[in-house]
Structures are given as C-alpha cells and as structure tokens.
Write a protein that binds this ligand. Structure first.
Ligand code: FAD
Ligand code: NAD
Length: 468
C-alpha cells in the first residue's frame, strides 16, 4: 500500500492547488480524481467552458449589432456555427486540463484515477474504471470533492430539454426560447450566451431582484442591460411545475400575488444553486461530520472534527467560487506544514461574466445599513468615461462605499466593461486598508476604464468627482 504525507480527494481548483502547495512544501502527495480529466467542475464544466462560450457569443453579438456603427461592413450577415463554437470551447478545456496534468508531473504528485472513499481515517480506497480497487494511506487527507447542480424536488432533470449548466455547455442547437429558473450567476451567464446567439431567454427568479446576494444596485443595472439584449424577467416568482413533452417544456410559476405564469419553451435551464458532493465518500467510516446542508463541517483551520482530515472548496461553507477553493487549498497545505496562513473571506471578489460584467468586493450597501455602519457612497457612471464611449460600452457604473468617519473603503461594486479585471485594484486597496482618498490620489492611466474607479472614489471621499 502506497503511503503519503497528504492524500487529496478531488482535482478541482481546490484539490489541485492544494496538492501543488503540499508538494512545494516538501510533502509526499497523492491526488485522486474519479474522472479521467483533471481540473474538476471549474475546468471541465464550469468557469473555463462557460467563459469560452461567453467570449465566442459576445464576438458574434458585436459582429451583428455594433460592427456597422464601428464602420466595419461585412459582406453578408454573420452566421452562428454552434458546432464549431462548442468544439473551440472543448479545445480550450482540453488544453487547460492538459496543463494540470503537466503541473502534477512537474511537482511529482502521484495521480490516481477512480472514485475515492474512506476506509478509515488514514486510508482511502480508489475504485478504478477497470474494477480494480487500490488502497493508499495519508497522514493527512484533504477532502476537495466539490459540488454538483442542485435541483428542485418536483423537477425531473432529463438532461435533454430540462437541463443543468453541464448540458447547457454543449447544446447542439440554439434554443428558440430558453426558460432559465434562477436569476443567479449561472442563469445569467449561460442565458447571455444563448440570448446573444438569438434565443429568447426568460428568467424566472424567486427573489425580487436578479443576482440578489450582490449589492442591489448591481442587479438593477444588470437587469436594464440584459433587457436590451432581449431577456425577459419574471421576478418574485416561485416555480411550481416543469414538464417536458417531446421537444417542448412548460414551466409554471406563481408570483407573490398568487397569479399563475405559464411559459412554453424548447429548453429549460435549472440554475438554482449547487450542492456539496460527498456521494459514496465513506465519510461515516472516518467519522467525519456534515452539517444540515450536507457540507463537510470544518473549523477555522479547515480541519474536520477528525484530526488530520481537512476539507476545502465547494464541499464546505462559503462562496462556491474557484478562487475561494484555491485560497483554501493553499491555506490547508500551509496549516499542515505548520505555518500560520490567513484568508480574508470578506475580500474574496465575486464576478458575473455577463456583458456588462459585474464585480464586487467587501460589504454591500444593504449589509452596511443592516450592521449600522456609518458610510458614505460615491459613484461614477461609465457613460461619463471617454474610454467607455470610445468602445461603445457605456452601460453601468462604479460604486465605492467608504466609512463615514475614517474614509476606509468598505465595499466596491462595479458593473460595466472589463470590471472582472478592474475589481483587482479594489481588492488590493482594501487588503491594504486604503481610504477612498488614497485611490483618488493615485494616478490612473488615461483613457482607461479604471479611471472610473478613481472618479467614484473621489465622489465617495469628498463629492469631488471631476467628470460628473
Ligand atoms: P470541483 O471543481 O467541483 O472539483 C471536485 C472534483 O472532485 C471533481 O473533479 C470531482 O469529479 C472530484 N470528486 C468528487 N468526489 C470524488 C471522489 N469520491 N473520488 C474522486 N474524485 C472525486 N467559479 C468562479 O470562481 N468563477 C467562474 O467563472 C465560475 N464559473 C462557473 C460556471 C459554471 C457553469 C459552474 C457550474 C461553476 C462555476 N464556478 C465559477 C464555480 C467553480 O466551478 C467552483 O466553485 C469550483 O470548481 C469549486 O472547486 P472545488 O475544487 O471545490 O470542486
Ligand atoms: P446562485 O445561488 O448564484 O443563483 C441561484 C438563483 O436561483 C438565486 O437567485 C435564487 O434566488 C434562485 N432560486 C432558487 N430557488 C428558486 C426557485 N424555486 N424558483 C426560482 N428561483 C429560484 O446559483 P447558480 O447560478 O446555480 O450558481 C451556483 C454556484 O456556482 C454559485 O454559488 C456561484 O458562485 C457559482 N458560479 C460562479 C460563477 C462566477 O463566479 N462567475 C459562475 C457560475 C457559477
């Protein structure tokens, strides 16, 4: 039986990053992955493929809708070749997954393919594709088994017409009408892909706002932009029935006044969240506890109730984000090595890769009100930015929330062009506990989208934005 310092179960961004950090710190490390491809949800059916399709569909949308105004005449109207689009997405995934295989070799990490399950607190059995069972031991074990799509008890997901994000990443036709249940990140990103390619997209959301956990201004602004793309929104609607017959799907929901909504479509994407994945993991054999929502319970060191067994990423509490899983992978490796790492969960940014992009870090305005924190708000609309006008991307704004007395930045929320990348400046500023005035005094290259962050900071610190 092979023996390791650390055995990691699951090769997503939590697991593979944790394994690399363990190896860097001199520990003999094994990584177990039930699929042939490494990289988990993120690389195979999550972040990377969805961004590949978002980019392709945005190119098409721009070609159809804005090239003319830019003075680019196409000989004939552009056409969607969905087969090629999906193939390119898969090429991107394959290359990225190949990169992880390379990194495992480079770091001398032993990779086992097969379903891992605990035999006891130090032993994991791997059930391989060919039926062979192999056992390995670890002084420490990291559970990084991730998550899978959640459903609703009354919906039977047939994966043909009633689908999850996984199927939505490989459709063979552009839907005529796609109903999306859930106005969260997945629903709006994948809804955007197909809306840009010509589908009618209707979003049915339980709450009274889309992306309801983000700062409310973001949901309001994003809804305006997506409406221009042809999205229809049914907020405050509770879905009660979804049925598929042949090539059609019917979705029924009630609004908060008890009125019934009936939508007929050819596809229904169920995007109501994800749930931790611990199926057949044998947690009970190691004595590891889960909480009422099926998440592996961990303490402040991400250690479970069993000494030497840790858990990270989507399978534990907190935001289900790849970069959060990565932070936790590194954190646990360093804890095992006897170091004293730290994660500031409040400064893990959240991004929605629609167009305009939405990006956020720190407290929302609603949270500050609820906590009774005295704050001041500043904002700057992209329509006042020369750079945004040059690229015809004038939707959205940057909002900076700072402490009323100390001027420390407490939250930054932006919706607009390239906000996914722009938010990094806000994260750095907040990590170093910058004030709004600090940002206002830093030179920002002109013309860039980042000037809008400076202007919003100027507005927050002393209501002295220059260009509004
Ligand atoms: P996972 O990536 O889920 O990996 C877990 C791995 O463990 C899987 O490979 C699984 O096969 C394996 N496994 C499970 N059980 C066993 C077992 N018993 N034995 C062996 N192997 C096992 N997040 C972002 O930050 N940015 C994005 O843009 C983004 N886009 C997304 C788009 C979509 C459509 C989806 C679905 C998710 C997206 N996410 C995004 C979320 C992100 O994918 C997850 O937060 C991230 O993958 C979690 O990483 P993880 O390592 O915890 O688990
Ligand atoms: P989500 O939690 O973002 O959104 C789910 C939405 O469904 C919520 O707005 C919720 O109110 C709504 N909902 C729940 N039950 C409903 C019902 N019965 N009827 C109507 N609406 C209902 O979940 P998601 O979009 O499925 O994404 C899952 C996870 O994947 C998220 O935690 C997210 O962090 C992660 N993810 C991240 C990214 C990114 O970082 N860009 C992209 C995709 C997914």
């Amino acid at each position: 039986m092979n023996a390791y310092d650390v055995v990691v179960i699951g090769s997503g961004p939590g697991g593979y990053v944790g394994a690399i950090r363990c190896a860097q710190l001199g520990m003999k490390t094994a990584l177990i992955e039930r699929y042939n491809a490494l990289g988990g949800t993120c690389l195979n059916v999550g972040c990377i493929p969805s961004k590949a399709l978002l980019d392709s569909s945005e190119h098409y949308h721009q070609a159809v809708h804005t090239f003319g105004e830019h003075g680019i005449d196409l000989k004939s109207a552009p056409k969607v070749n969905l087969t090629q689009m999906i193939k390119r997405k898969q090429d991107v995934v394959d290359q990225t997954v190949g990169g992880i295989q390379f990194l495992m070799k480079k770091n001398k990490i032993d990779v086992y393919h097969g379903h891992g399950s605990f035999v006891d607190k130090n032993t994991v059995q791997i059930a391989k594709e060919d039926g062979i069972l192999e056992k390995i031991t670890g002084k420490n074990i990291i559970i990084a088994t991730g998550s899978k799509p959640a459903g609703l008890p009354f919906i039977s997901i047939d994966k043909k017409r009633i689908i999850t994000s996984t199927e939505a990443l490989k459709l063979t036709e552009v839907p005529k009408h796609m109903v999306v249940i859930g106005g969260g990140v997945i629903g709006l990103e994948l809804g955007s892909v197909y809306a840009r390619l010509g589908a009618k997209v209707s979003v049915v959301e339980f709450m009274d706002s889309i992306i309801p956990t983000m700062d409310r201004t973001m949901g309001k602004e994003l809804q305006k932009s997506l409406k221009k793309l042809g999205f229809e929104f049914y907020l405050s609607h509770k879905v009660k029935e979804v049925t598929a017959k042949g090539k059609s799907v019917t979705v029924k929901a009630d609004n908060n006044k008890g009125e019934e909504l009936v939508l007929d479509a050819d596809y229904c994407l169920v995007a109501v969240g994800r749930k931790p994945y611990t199926d057949n993991l044998g947690l009970e054999k190691a004595g590891v506890k889960i909480d009422e929502r099926g998440r592996v319970e961990v303490d402040a060191h991400l250690q479970t109730n069993i000494s030497g067994i840790y858990a990270i990423g989507d399978v534990v509490k907190g935001a289900m984000l790849a970069h959060k899983a990565e932070e936790e992978g590194t954190f646990v490796a360093e804890v095992i090595a006897g170091q004293k790492p730290h994660i500031n969960y409040n400064l893990i940014p959240g991004v929605v890769y629609t167009w305009p992009e939405v990006a956020s870090v720190g407290y929302t305005e609603e949270q500050l009100k609820e906590n009774g924190t005295p704050y001041k708000a500043g904002s700057f609309p992209f329509k006042a930015s020369g750079r945004a006008r040059a690229s015809m991307d004038t939707d959205g704004l940057v909002k900076v929330l700072a402490h009323k007395d100390t001027d420390e930045i407490l939250g930054v929320h932006m919706i607009g062009p390239r906000c996914a990348d722009m938010i990094a400046e806000a994260v750095v500023a907040m990590e170093f506990r910058a004030s709004a005035e600090d940002i206002a005094r830093i030179s920002h290259a002109h013309p860039t989208f980042t000037e809008s962050f400076r202007e919003a900071a100027l507005d927050a610190t002393a209501k002295r934005a220059i260009h509004i």
